[in-house]
Design a protein around this ligand. Structure first.
Ligand code: HEC
Length: 190
């Protein structure tokens, strides 16, 4: 088989793949499914005795305050090794690829005067509270679009809580938010 023939075969394969994709897209257009959101139904079924099941009950997520209450700064310190390629943590530590993180909790965005922050980070108003840090560490680029922190994000909420509690020990010691007593309990068996 010469290479011309191989090219023809490759071309044919490619063409059929394209056709299949095209047909799939077209049928999707024709039958754009408008399913009911199964999640919404499931939530409506939950009856926890009428105890303040606010909008938060719609999400299965454990509230950040609860995670923080059971977080561990020691674990957080170990997790912070993932950040150490770019960040220092001690008081007066140098800015590297990223800013020094001492006292970042409760501080303003772009809190390190020795670091040249992105315009995006400089233009975020407000302080680094627990929620803001949680969102940023989960997905930096979604939380602060245009940030130059190239870190993919930490997906596990428990790990982020550990990390935030550790960061809070670095000169900040911001009081942890009060955990809602009810959410702190294990969800009842179904
Ligand atoms: C690849 C390098 C890199 C890694 C890894 C990294 N960061 Fe960053 N980080 C940066 C840079 C760069 C900035 C400045 C972002 C900007 O200006 O947009 C930043 C900014 C921040 C800020 C904002 C600081 C301030 O003063 O406003 C926080 C908080 C932060 N990083 C936390 C973390 C944590 C926690 C981790 C580990 C889970 C981490 N970063 C991992 C590079 C990194």
């Amino acid at each position: 088989m010469d290479s011309f023939e191989l090219n023809k075969i490759a071309g044919a394969v490619l063409a059929s793949v394209l056709i299949i994709i095209g047909v799939a897209l077209f049928t999707d257009l024709l039958y754009a499914p408008e399913e009911a959101n199964p999640q919404a139904y499931a939530v409506a079924e939950i009856d926890d005795g009428g105890a303040d099941a606010g909008p938060a009950a719609a999400a299965e997520e454990v509230p950040l305050a609860v995670l923080l209450a059971s977080a561990d700064a020691g674990r957080g310190e170990r997790l912070a090794r993932q950040c150490a390629a770019c960040h220092t943590f001690e008081e007066g530590g140098r800015a590297g690829i990223g800013p020094n993180l001492y006292k970042v909790v409760g501080g303003p965005h772009a809190h390190d005067p020795n670091f040249n922050y992105s315009t995006a980070m400089k233009s975020v108003s407000g302080n680094w509270d627990f929620e803001a840090l949680d969102a940023f560490i989960e997905n930096p680029r979604a939380a602060v679009p245009g940030t130059i922190m190239s870190f993919a994000g930490m997906r596990k909420p428990e790990q982020r809580a550990d990390l935030i509690v550790y960061l809070n020990t670095l000169g900040s010691n911001v009081p942890l938010p009060e955990a809602p007593a009810q959410a702190a309990e294990e969800p009842a068996a179904e």
